[in-house]
Every structure is written in structure tokens, then in C-alpha cells.
Design a protein around this ligand. Structure first.
Ligand SMILES: [Zn+2]
Length: 267
């Protein structure tokens, strides 16, 4: 594919997004200022949307990754963003003064790679050490990656691609996503979206694990979270919790037994 074709593909993807009405979500994410000082923070809105479509929050060119002491993994596929194609023209104005003017003549495609497809020195928005129970996620076959969006509590678990994506270093958010994954393993499948019972199971598990591993964690958030989902299912918070308490026990077992087994293997 030549450059101008690639550029057209980029533009088409943005236009399709408009057509499908997916803009609000893309717009919201593309306009959240990233926590870290990374190249794409300075990109145009359109390029940030292309980055969003490529399912990453940090894409850079091959050289830029080299400068950050990271290598693009073998076989990783680039996606393209658009750079303005400009030409300088010389003009003589009515006073006979010679001036130079830069005019936009089109766009060219710039190949960039996702942070998730690189390896090397730690990224500025990654925590210095993995969260407690990261070994369990690994044993479950999950990848855990960090994105740059600054948001108090934000993360997701994607069963199909077996991954957890986090936008915060708070262990509690990781525990919540890990709980979804463990619940998925026990139940065989989960319903898509934010299902109240699933959310309450995940957050009760996360609150319990936080008690065990991060005693300083503030559980006020968990309470509000569970309360809001209890309300959605028209139950009191006590009732909503009691309805899922056995499943929460099983989810905790799944996580903690896996952790224990791994510890024994090391010892
Ligand atoms: Zn959740």
C-alpha cells in the first residue's frame, strides 16, 4: 500500500466511526489528557481517534520507541496516523516584499506501533512493581497492561483476548478485574457489559483482597460502587451482597488457592 492509500484508509476509518455513531466513546477517550508526557499527548484529535481505534493509549514511531529504549516486537503490525503535507511557496506581496508561505497540500501516513507491542525499559505510566497477586493473573494466562488515561478508577477485563487493562496503579482496581477473570473461570462465561450481580461479585472480592493485601486501602469506593449496583437491581445493599456471597467465596478461593499453589511451587 502506498502512502496516499494508507492516508485514505486512515481517513476512512474516522469517517466510518462517525457513521456508526461510535464517536461519543472515541471522543471521550481521545480527549482525556494522558497522565504521562508521551508523544501522542501532542497529537491532533483525529490521530488520537486512530490511536483509540488501534486499542492503545501510547503509540509511537519505530525511532521514538528506540529513543525510549524499547524495541518493537518481531511481527508487530504498525498502524498509521496522518501527518500534514506542507509546501513552502514564495510570494511577492503588493509592496514588492518577498514572503514565504506554508500551505497544506495533503496528508501523509506515518507508521506507529502500540506500546503493547514493544518491550524494554519500563514506561513512565507503569508502576515500579506489579500489584499483589499479579502471579495469579499470569497463571490464568492473562496479560496485564497499563494505559495512560488519568481516571480515578478505571480498568477492564476482556475475556476474549485474555487481558486486563488498567489506567490506575491502585491494586483495588486490579483486584476487581482479576475477580471478573476468576468468576469467568468458575462460571464458564460472563455476560457482557456492566451486569449488577457480576459487578457486585467483583467489587466484594476486590474489597476483601484489599483488606488482605493493602490494609491502608479506602473501601469507601467499594461501598458506593456496590450500593449503586444494588440500586440498579432494586435491592438493598445487604440483600444484593447476600445474594452473591457464595459466589464471592468461590471467586476468592479460585484466586487465593492459585496464589498459594504458586507460592508452594517456588518454596
Ligand atoms: Zn467490573
Amino acid at each position: 500500500m502506498n502512502d496516499s492509500k494508507k492516508a485514505k484508509v486512515c481517513l476512512q476509518r474516522i469517517v466510518n466511526l462517525f457513521k456508526e455513531g461510535d464517536i461519543p466513546k472515541a471522543l471521550a477517550i481521545a480527549t482525556i489528557p494522558p497522565q504521562a508526557d508521551i508523544p501522542s499527548a501532542k497529537w491532533s484529535w483525529g490521530n488520537k481517534v486512530l490511536q483509540f481505534l488501534a486499542d492503545t493509549s501510547d503509540a509511537r514511531g519505530f525511532r521514538q520507541w528506540e529513543q525510549a529504549c524499547r524495541k518493537v516486537n518481531k511481527g508487530a503490525k504498525a498502524f498509521h496516523i496522518l501527518g500534514p503535507k506542507a509546501r513552502t511557496i514564495k510570494e511577492t506581496d503588493e509592496n514588492g516584499q518577498k514572503t514565504e508561505k506554508v500551505i497544506l497540500t495533503g496528508f501523509f501516513a506515518i507508521a506507529v506501533f502500540r506500546a503493547e507491542d514493544t518491550d524494554g525499559e519500563p514506561l513512565p505510566y507503569e508502576p515500579a512493581s506489579p500489584p499483589p497477586l499479579a502471579d495469579v493473573a499470569e497463571e490464568f494466562g492473562l496479560s496485564v497492561s497499563y494505559q495512560t488515561f488519568a481516571s480515578g478508577h478505571y480498568g477492564y477485563y476482556q475475556g476474549k483476548s485474555k487481558r486486563i487493562v488498567l489506567a490506575t496503579h491502585e491494586a483495588q482496581v486490579f483486584f476487581h478485574e482479576l475477580a471478573h477473570a476468576a468468576h469467568h473461570r468458575i462460571a464458564g462465561k460472563l455476560k457482557g457489559g456492566q451486569v449488577p450481580s457480576q459487578e457486585i461479585i467483583a467489587e466484594l472480592t476486590a474489597a476483601t483482597l484489599s483488606r488482605l493485601y493493602c490494609p491502608e486501602a479506602n473501601l469507601g469506593f467499594s461501598y458506593e460502587y456496590v450500593k449503586s449496583y444494588a440500586k440498579k437491581s432494586r435491592k438493598s445493599i445487604e440483600r444484593a451482597c447476600l445474594a452473591v456471597i457464595n459466589t464471592v467465596g468461590k471467586v476468592l478461593d479460585e484466586i487465593l488457592n492459585t496464589h498459594l499453589q504458586l507460592k508452594e511451587e517456588v518454596a
